[in-house]
Design a protein. Structure first.
Lengths: 388, 139
């Protein structure tokens, strides 16, 4: 497929000022966005994809929140001054692929007015950084603990139910000789671990590990010529979920948008999924995500994970058979890479025999970046065996 | 008790300067959209609900309820590290927005989701104050 003739630039706007001491970078992003959309005859509510560099706050998560964008496609490819040219190309690819229809690309920065060390956004804090940076948000766990408290309040989810997620991960990790934590644990042991940020305990948290991972994606033509078993990409969905202008709802994640898009593209349903890699920064992340992906009703995630549901190979929905971020690995504090890698291992039939899902044909991998307590980038991929 | 929380000064920008200046008078301001009338949180000069730039300040009642909370037992943030356990929370203001803050003025174990709270201000020593919330029943 080529992008030739598949996408068009409809709006363009250059900020008229050359010295802007009275604005934040966020304001300038919004002003140029409004200008380009007006030029195109479109409005903010038409935008379904957003592109910016990585220099303002948390990039697209912060700016989608500021502008109230409801995105199903984002990209913050950062290549310095050429980023926006990359963004045009990537926007055209996304539109050609049917991922989005109206892609907004913005740039803003104030190197003349603010001391900034050469990067386009520099030290100018975004509103989310200012208004959430004062209250002792002690790392990621406190944000996820906020979500857990609300989930418990609305749905009666318990610490014992959350602990079941850790137990399942540990049962898998015992078969992974590289896992950071290899000893099977119990609900009682999880509940006995030190409280970090109520209601989350140490054993509700993922491990902190060095390391990394990589993937190679190729065209069908290249795949055909390779001897190695490949895995077919069937569908993908993404979403930035943010605080939505003070209406933050901590009981769901961006998977409510990314999941249905991925399922539709893949042409499969929840019942077709043989294995899931679910982002497990914390136990509550798994419970909310399973609900949002439609594997159980909203609010029923705590009950769903009981009775070995997640335990491979014979649970109803085997998950994170490498031991996940909770026990195996969370390299660079970023668990998305290992989620895809374990799904590939399952589909190739190359996991440890004790956790290999028999006849694994369709797998789902889901990533959650940022925090379910504030704003997040959510991405779901559905993968199939080479012959799927 | 959690009244020994630190009072870090906020980072002032052209967009939030008026908000923080008002906290020196122990006023909690809300930005409102002149076009659709919705409150805007966090404060910004752009309405994310209708995409317009016409906004004005009004004073919030300072009353709300706890939407969600966590009792932080481990913190690596200087000042907060020495204050554990303390309560980080979202408070749902009477006007609607759910805002991140701390709950003070009671034992952390006494905090409940849905509990009525009211705003208090802790001066930072830099001509502004942090808005925190205490149980609405206490004095
Ligand atoms: Zn509005």
């Amino acid at each position: 497929m080529s992008i030739r003739g598949k996408a068009f630039i409809a709006g363009a706007y250059e900020h008229p000022r050359r010295e802007i001491p009275d604005r934040t970078n966020s304001q300038i992003h919004a002003e140029v966005a409004a200008g380009a959309l007006a030029d195109a005859g479109l409005s903010f509510s038409d935008v379904d994809a957003y592109f910016c560099d990585g220099s303002t706050g948390f990039g697209p998560m912060s700016m989608a929140e500021y502008m109230g964008l409801k995105c199903r496609h984002v990209d913050s490819t950062e290549t310095g001054g050429s980023s926006y040219v990359f963004h045009v190309g990537h926007a055209a690819e996304a539109i050609a692929a049917g991922k989005c229809q109206v892609a907004l690309i913005t740039l803003a920065g104030r190197p003349r007015s603010a001391a900034m060390g050469g990067r386009p956004g520099g030290a100018d804090p975004t509103g989310d950084m200012v208004f959430e940076g004062l209250w002792g948000m002690a790392g990621a766990v406190t944000g996820y603990a906020l979500a857990a408290s609300r989930h418990m309040y609305e749905f009666g989810t318990t610490s014992e139910q959350l602990a079941e997620v850790k137990v399942a991960a540990s049962l898998h990790a015992q078969h992974n000789p590289n896992a950071f934590l290899q000893k099977p644990t119990t609900v009682e042991e999880v509940l006995d671990s030190p409280m970090i940020s109520w209601p989350l305990r140490r054993d509700d948290c993922c491990v902190v590990t060095d390391g990394g991972g990589a993937l190679v994606v190729v065209s069908p033509e290249v795949a055909r010529d390779l001897e190695r078993t490949t895995v077919k990409i069937l569908g993908h969905g993404e979403h930035v979920k943010h605080a939505d202008n003070g209406r933050i709802d901590l009981t769901y994640t961006g998977a409510v948008v990314s999941g249905p898009i991925a399922f539709e593209e893949a042409g499969v349903t929840q019942a077709d999924i043989d294995y899931v890699s679910i982002y497990d920064s914390f136990t509550i992340t798994v419970v909310e995500t399973l609900e949002d992906l439609g594997f159980c009703e909203k609010g029923a995630g705590g009950r769903f994970v009981l009775d070995g549901t997640l335990v491979a190979p014979h649970g109803r929905l085997p998950f994170n058979t490498d031991g996940g971020g909770l026990c195996n690995n969370h390299p660079s504090n970023r668990g998305g890479m290992t989620k895809v890698i374990e799904a590939v291992r399952q589909l190739r039939g190359e996991t440890h025999p004790e956790v290999q899902v028999p006849d694994c044909e369709i797998a789902l991998a889901h990533g959650t970046g940022g925090s379910i307590g504030t704003r997040m980038g959510s991405s779901t991929v559905i993968l199939g065996r080479e012959d799927a | 008790m959690s009244h020994d929380l630190p009072t870090p000064a906020p980072r002032i920008t052209p967009e939030n300067q008026e908000f923080w200046a008002a906290t020196a008078q122990h006023k909690l301001l809300l930005m409102r959209c002149d076009n659709c009338g919705n409150p805007i949180w966090y404060p910004r000069t752009f309405c994310p609900d209708c995409g317009t730039f016409d906004t004005s300040w009004s004073e919030a009642s300072g009353r709300g309820t706890v939407y969600a909370f966590t009792i932080v037992h481990r913190s690596m943030i200087d000042g907060y590290r020495q204050a554990v356990p303390y309560v980080l929370a979202y408070v749902e203001l009477e006007e609607g927005p759910r805002i991140m803050t701390n709950i003070v003025g009671c034992e952390p174990d006494a905090v409940r989701v849905g509990m009525p709270v009211r705003v208090v201000f802790h001066d930072t020593g830099e001509d502004n104050a942090l808005y925190r919330f205490e149980p609405a029943g206490s004095q």
